[in-house]
Write a protein that binds this ligand. Structure first.
Ligand code: GLY
Ligand code: MN
Length: 461
């Protein structure tokens, strides 16, 4: 539940940013996508702009704003057939109390729009209303003769994204709930994983624990990769079995109230990290903890990414995998052979949340920077992930052009011996406070001693 006061404050802040004296704004929440061959739908994800400003997660609804009349939420009223097949739907008075909005039946949307014929309209949220008007109780979109201003729509949408960056207390409470459910799932995985179990079985145990602990769904498709599968950044779990001597990478997060958590842990299938697993794991952990230690208001996220890249380059040079001075290696993007993604991203209503790049900044197409999904100075209330990793990705490391380009700075014989290693990623969700960081997922074990204690316990059962 979000506080109606927080929802009102969000809307007021956005209206101040929009600074409109005329025109109107329409934000459809989106429609469910049918599953062919059934009379059911794919899991419905409300458009985040609609969810942020209304606090509701309804399909087939639209939020509307006009500087003269303020906000109104048009929500569907279930007809007889819907009541028979899917239930009575939301009570409009209860919706008004929960959201602090004036709520009207969806059937009144067409009159609201007709009244604005010839006025400038900004269309935010989901534009499915333009090609599926009947689902929003409209006879036709074109017949309404609305003048949708694409430039205005883009400006207002950008301002909603800016507003979404700093989370309010309702959002932070939901994100703590999501992180707690993730904790329960990751702990279960750490306690249950055994040689012979499949990636898929581990996913099922982990997700069941998310749901038992309040998750409404997973925030994204759970990633479970053992052995070399751990080097595929977004690997979908398979029937491959866990083998002693290998490591498993689990990147999975619970979602609560529409808000995501995003957590990665990597641990040995056996009771202990072995050989180079231990060195590389400690390196990734040191890099992650150093980056979290540097989180505070005003710090540029890109700078954190570059510092993490340099630490990874330095650690890989200490292990003899890279050769050269860390700053020079990062300048040449050599670290990206092993750490090809960004340090993380904004987190909130979306896993890769809105507003990750400051207006006017665009992602660089440099190999070592192009997957950096956030480029902005951190501010109190922002939630970002910090997720460095080291991977042995066959596709990158056997690419002849890259081998030639980095001939002098990589020990390729050593790399060839590690092509089945997989990958290590450690990821936490970090709330920027007034002075530093509050790690929402911080109590999920990640030190070598904590992990090995849990793994030893698992093997003694
Ligand atoms: N956890 C998935 C991602 O950050 O892309
Ligand atoms: Mn992530």
């Amino acid at each position: 539940m979000q506080s109606p006061d927080d929802l009102r404050n969000r809307r007021e802040a956005v209206v101040r940013l929009w600074d409109m004296s005329r025109g109107a704004v329409l934000l459809p929440g989106g429609l469910p996508v049918p599953v062919p061959g059934t009379d059911q739908y794919h899991d419905f994800h409300t458009h985040p702009e609609f969810a942020y400003l209304s606090g509701a997660r309804l399909s087939g609804s639209a939020l509307a704003f006009d500087p003269g009349e303020g906000w109104v939420l048009f929500a569907p009223v279930a007809g007889l057939e819907e009541r028979v097949w899917v239930g009575d739907g939301e009570d409009l008075d209860a919706l008004a109390a929960a959201t602090g909005l004036r709520v009207r039946p969806l059937g009144e949307l067409s009159g609201w729009l007709e009244h604005r014929r010839g006025e400038t309209l900004a269309l935010l949220g989901n534009d499915d209303i333009t090609h599926q008007p009947a689902a929003y109780a409209l006879e036709s979109w074109t017949a309404l003769e609305l003048e949708v201003d694409a430039e205005l729509s883009a400006r207002l949408s950008e301002q909603v994204s800016e507003s979404r960056r700093a989370k309010d207390s309702s959002e932070i409470a939901l994100m703590r709930g999501a992180a707690d459910a993730s904790r329960a799932g990751h702990l279960t995985a750490l306690r249950l994983a055994r040689p012979g179990m499949s990636e898929r079985q581990l996913q099922i145990e982990l997700e069941a624990e998310f749901f038992r602990n309040g998750a409404e769904r997973t925030a994204y498709g759970s990633i479970v990769g053992t052995g070399s599968n751990g080097a595929v950044l977004h690997f979908s779990p398979t029937s491959r079995v866990l083998r002693a001597g290998e490591i498993v990478l689990i990147d999975a997060g619970a979602e609560v109230g529409g808000y995501a958590s995003d957590v990665t842990r990597t641990f040995p299938i056996g009771p202990r990290f072995e050989g180079i697993q231990r060195d590389l794991y400690q390196l990734v952990l040191d890099v992650q903890q150093a980056a979290i230690g540097e989180v505070r208001p005003g710090v540029e996220y890109k700078q954190l990414h570059l510092q993490a890249s340099e630490r990874i380059a330095s650690g890989l040079a200490d292990l003899g995998i890279l050769r050269g001075n860390p700053a020079g290696l990062v300048e040449r993007d050599a670290h990206a052979l092993f750490f090809p993604h960004g340090l993380g991203h904004m987190l909130g209503l979306a896993t890769h949340d809105a507003g990750g790049c400051l207006k006017g900044r665009t992602a660089s197409d440099r190999f070592g920077l192009k997957w950096l999904r956030a480029d902005l100075p951190l501010q109190p209330g922002y939630v970002v992930t910090i997720e460095p990793g080291i991977y042995f990705i066959r596709a990158l490391l056997t690419d002849p052009a890259r081998r030639e380009q980095y001939r002098d700075v990589v020990d390729w014989d050593c790399v060839d011996g590690l092509l089945d290693f997989g990958g290590i990623r450690i990821e936490d969700d970090v709330l920027v406070t007034g002075t530093g960081a509050d790690v929402l997922s911080g109590s999920i074990p990640k030190s070598i001693s904590e992990i090995e204690a849990l793994r030893a316990e698992a093997h003694s059962r």
